[in-house]
Design a protein around this ligand. Structure first.
Ligand SMILES: *Cc1c(COP(=O)(O)O)cnc(C)c1O
Length: 406
């Protein structure tokens, strides 16, 4: 029987349990009513009130009251994620973007300044570049954070937050988390890190000095491409604020069903990450050897400018560089589309971290192209390597290149 110690991530003698053991046992337990050894999905919207409910704080997240205030399936997943990230607490919300928006709107006030990395998930860019400045009077600076000196130069007296995404979507630029944390802290600011491309199996930003770690659970942590969710792992003082503002009063709660699905998917996170890491590295090396391929961006390659930093940031000896890589072919716009149309195993669709491999062609007209390195300007693919046999994926790529006459 799983003991209480295990639920806190410790074995009988107090030594910490490994990542795989914790991925399985944390967030699960015996259902008190039925004895079932999997926790059920609790789908109720509301919970029974006490005899005298008049002194209840209706905005509280501490008791079972109303599902938007917090619910059991959310809390099981939060307990697991906080432990895997190595933070005091975690909040699980409706999507990765909800987690980003919750972080920015909770930590930044009118007149504050935020620095953010020049390649980020598109919604982070929209929020920080446009929506927060225009609607809420927040100042922001876009910075190439792969060189920490650029962060130092952008700091202002009112800088309250540095937000980085590493490796960045879709350029795979790598930022030195420890260096960014030191610069943020010296300026009295916090560092938030979008760790979606790595997952806590590969990199644990909190152990490198990050104050706030954001994950799109939609990707590797759920891993099966069938539920949206987002997490913010940080200190309890900040999760309390995020629950009060973004969860209860903006309404960004995750559904119990999605929290349950993600909790189940996350059980196999370490096994899946090892396969994503190994397969993506093999495919990146293969692509680099092909004459039709103009460039490959993958932090696991020695040719990647952020390789040494990426190696230094790995959380464990069997960690790797994630399943996402970008590459461009030595062809025109139509040649890129023709290549995708000839793939049989790899699916043309957005998203990443699914069981199946996904590819998306990002054309020459992206509005943020001025922020990308020059090799990305002629159009490129983002390939999210899935869990299929590596050889099948390599043969799919080779076959499509030949069929597309490239
Ligand atoms: C997908 C993604 C997000 C957004 O997550 P959703 O769950 O789709 O809202 C944020 N950051 C990164 C790096 C992502 O890849």
């Amino acid at each position: 029987m799983t003991s209480d110690l295990v639920h806190h991530g410790e074995s009988f003698d107090g030594t910490p349990l490994g990542f795989a053991t914790k991925s399985i046992h944390l967030g699960n337990g015996v259902d008190a009513e039925t004895g079932a050894i999997r926790r059920p999905i609790t789908l109720a919207n509301a919970y029974a009130l006490p005899y005298d409910p008049s002194d209840i704080n209706w905005s509280s997240s501490d008791v079972n009251l109303y599902t938007r205030n917090g619910h059991p399936n959310q809390r099981y997943l939060e307990a697991k994620l906080a432990n895997l990230e190595g933070t005091e607490d975690a909040v699980v919300l409706a999507s990765g973007v909800a987690a980003l928006a919750a972080t920015f709107t909770t930590l930044l006030n009118r007149g504050d300044h935020a620095i953010f990395s020049d390649t980020t998930y598109i919604a982070a860019y929209r929020l920080l570049n446009q929506i927060l400045p225009e609607k809420y009077g927040i100042e922001t600076s876009i910075v190439d954070t792969s060189d920490p000196a650029n962060i130092a130069r952008a700091i202002r007296p009112n800088t309250k937050l540095v937000h980085i995404e590493t490796p960045a979507n879709p350029t795979l630029k790598v930022t030195d988390i420890e260096a960014a944390a030191k610069l943020a802290h010296d300026a009295g600011a916090l560092l938030s890190v979008d760790n979606t491309f790595n997952s806590p199996f590969n990199v644990r930003p909190a152990s490198l000095g990050a104050d706030v770690v954001i994950e799109s659970l939609t990707k590797y942590i759920n891993g099966h491409g069938d539920a949206l969710g987002g997490a913010i792992a940080t200190r309890k003082e900040l999760t309390d604020q995020i629950r009060f503002t973004y969860q209860v009063n903006y309404g960004g709660i995750i559904s119990p069903f999605n929290a349950w699905l993600i909790n189940r998917g996350s059980v196999t996170l370490p096994l899946r990450m090892r396969q994503h890491n190994a397969s993506a590295l093999a495919i990146a090396k293969h692509l680099e050897s092909l004459p039709q391929v103009r460039f490959v961006a993958y932090p696991g390659l020695k040719s990647h400018p952020g390789h040494d930093v990426a190696v230094r940031q790995l959380a464990r000896p069997d960690a790797g560089f994630g399943g996402v890589l970008s590459f461009g072919l030595d062809t025109d716009h139509d040649g890129h589309n023709r290549f995708v149309s000839k793939l049989n195993v790899i699916t043309s669709a957005v998203s990443l971290g699914h069981d199946e491999s996904l590819i998306v062609f990002l054309g020459e007209d992206d509005e943020r192209q001025y922020l990308y390195p020059p090799e990305f300007h002629r159009g490129f693919f983002r390939l999210a390597v899935g869990l299929e046999d590596t050889d099948d994926l390599i043969r799919d790529i080779d076959h499509a290149l030949a069929e597309a006459r490239l």
